[in-house]
Design a protein around this ligand. Structure first.
Ligand code: B12
Ligand code: SF4
Length: 478
């Protein structure tokens, strides 16, 4: 056989699957922001650049598994790799079954399987890759395609003969610049960008400039990259932005990093390069108030920063300290003001029901929210995610309820026996809703009317609703 044909025959075939279906839940359809999985696109690009034949089934816009069945039949892969999130567990298991029916191995990776490896193995997956996937999946694909079974590939937990075998720890990639650009051609980019264009008039894409986060908020789950923190060089970031602009006419970018702007010298270089490149892109990011100094915001505004997701979480310093958030209220105030001064939209994340929170703390959060009236917000009931210190603290008080699926629409289910009953938190969520509605109506109603409505609502809250909802319970504060 000619050498090229022999190589092709040996080339491992990998089918990557994103099991997320945006159409399957009406709330999701309305609230979720549609971007292809950067994890899968990077895995695909890396495998391909190392001689693996890669295809992908992205179920984001699908209504059923027809495209998967077709892909498995047309070109049976050696291995089917599924990206897992908690929401898509059942579908992932169904995909693993279909992979087996087609004679392929089923491998799980991504945040959910990293948090509960054994659950995925019990449910039928042959192996889980619970951390960074590129090098591990490449080695695994080569090994499986050549018929050598799982062995003990570093970074893999495999189920062989009923037993879980854990390969050695695989070190994280040191230099993220060595990763190729995401393999955008594996998904229907036009569809994603078209959906955004319809909704906002912009062609929006997601970009990741770093992996991991060095902070240690006690409720945060970081199963795949832990507290490691690695960044691409600003030059590499600009190369990716340029490619998105030139190939897909992208106009707006979401930086998907856990925290954007951790290193000031890095930001300085990025903003210099963005000015030079003059790509005319707008962008948004998620950041911490301790890092968002006013001069930095001004600098980022100059190169296109249009919106920031801010993890405010609470208006009580006591609560921020209990969450090990590492931020101060004066930093929240400074950031909120600076964002407003710069004309940058702010989206606040707020959380109710964390252990130790009293009604006074909730009131402090509402007052802070009122003072700054952010353009957008999400106020959710705290979710104890397995593997976090928060979960550890309340594990004997879990209520066995199912988590509401989304943060944007939800965070409405109390999952542990907290200080107060669930209805108190839901009522408090409604109070934030009223404030936000009044904020939006600011141009249409007089300030006197707004003040009157707030006074009546607060009076009702204090005299009727709160006593009724918390009953005689003064609050469990531990
Ligand atoms: C950006 C982001 C989003 C964006 C973009 C989502 C997207 N399509 O990529 C938006 C805002 C749309 C979003 C939405 C949601 N998100 Co989100 N999101 C993130 C965030 C911050 C980064 C994701 C990312 O790009 N990571 C970088 C890539 C490189 O890492 P990765 O995906 O983990 O992939 C690596 C490894 O995990 C592994 N790997 C991954 N898949 C596979 C598969 C195989 C076979 C193998 C071998 C390896 C492997 O290799 C990859 C490369 O090293 C993460 C937090 C985080 N830091 O991961 C949350 C996170 C993934 N999101 C989460 C959630 C809950 C959601 C929503 C369900 C919330 C909602 N309903 O609004 C939706 C679901 C939407 C969807 N399409 O799936 C949770 C998932 C928790 C869980 N256990 O399920 C996370 C972990 C945040 C958290 N801590 O709660 N999200
Ligand atoms: S919440 Fe944000 S800042 Fe805190 S540990 Fe998690 S990713 Fe890092």
């Amino acid at each position: 056989m000619p050498e090229s044909l022999a190589a092709a025959a040996l080339a491992p075939r990998v089918l990557l699957v994103d099991p997320y279906m945006s159409r399957s839940d009406p709330m999701e359809r309305k609230f979720v922001e549609l971007y292809p999985s950067l994890g899968l696109l990077t895995l695909g690009a890396y495998l391909r650049s190392n001689g693996v034949e890669v295809s992908m089934v992205d179920l984001t816009f699908a209504r059923d598994l027809t495209s998967l069945t077709r892909a498995l039949r047309t070109r049976p892969p050696h291995l089917v790799g599924v990206h897992t999130k908690t929401l898509t567990f059942e579908r992932s298991v169904e995909i693993a079954q279909k992979a087996h029916e087609a004679g392929a191995f089923a491998i799980a990776g991504g945040p959910d399987s990293a948090t509960r490896i054994e659950t995925y193995l019990d449910a039928g997956f042959d192996a889980v890759v619970p951390a960074e996937g590129e090098v591990t999946l490449l080695e695994l694909a080569r090994q499986l395609a050549s018929g050598r079974g799982f062995g003990a590939v570093p970074g893999v937990v495999a189920r062989t003969e009923g037993k879980s075998v854990r390969g050695a720890h695989r070190p994280f990639l040191k230099d993220l610049d060595l990763l190729p650009l995401p393999a955008w051609d594996l998904v229907d980019m036009d569809r994603y960008l078209g959906e955004w264009e319809k909704r906002t008039g912009e062609r929006r894409a997601a970009v990741l400039t770093s992996r991991g986060c060095p902070f240690d908020c006690s409720w945060c789950s970081k199963p795949t990259f832990g507290r490691t923190f690695r960044q691409q060089s600003p030059a590499r970031v600009v190369e990716e932005l340029r490619a998105l602009k030139e190939r897909f006419h992208v106009t707006y970018v979401r930086f998907c990093d856990d925290v954007f702007g951790i290193s000031r010298p890095w930001i300085d270089e990025l903003t210099d390069r963005l000015s030079d490149a003059d790509l005319g892109l707008q962008f948004e990011c998620l950041a911490r108030v301790d890092l968002l100094k006013p001069d930095l915001l001004h600098q980022l505004r100059e190169v296109g920063l249009a919106r920031v997701y801010v993890g405010v979480e609470s208006g009580s310093q006591k609560m921020l300290d209990l969450m090990n958030r590492g931020t101060k209220l004066h930093q929240v105030e400074r950031t909120a003001q600076a964002l407003r001064d710069e004309g940058i939209r702010q989206f606040w994340f707020l959380m109710l029901g964390y252990p130790g929170e009293t009604v006074e703390d909730i009131e402090a959060t509402l007052q802070l929210f009122r003072r700054f009236s952010p353009e957008e917000y999400s106020v959710s009931i705290a979710v104890p995610i397995p593997g976090t210190r928060f979960h550890q603290t309340v594990k004997d008080r879990l209520l066995g309820r199912k988590r509401s699926p989304t943060r944007g629409s939800g965070g409405r289910t109390l999952l542990y026996e907290a200080t107060y009953p669930q209805n108190l938190y839901r009522w408090e969520q409604a109070r934030f809703g009223l404030d936000a509605a009044l904020g939006r109506a600011r141009d249409r109603i007089s300030p006197e009317l707004a003040t009157h409505v707030v006074r009546v609502a607060d009076g009702f809250h204090e005299r009727v609703a709160r006593p009724l909802l918390i009953g005689k319970n003064p609050g469990r504060t531990h």
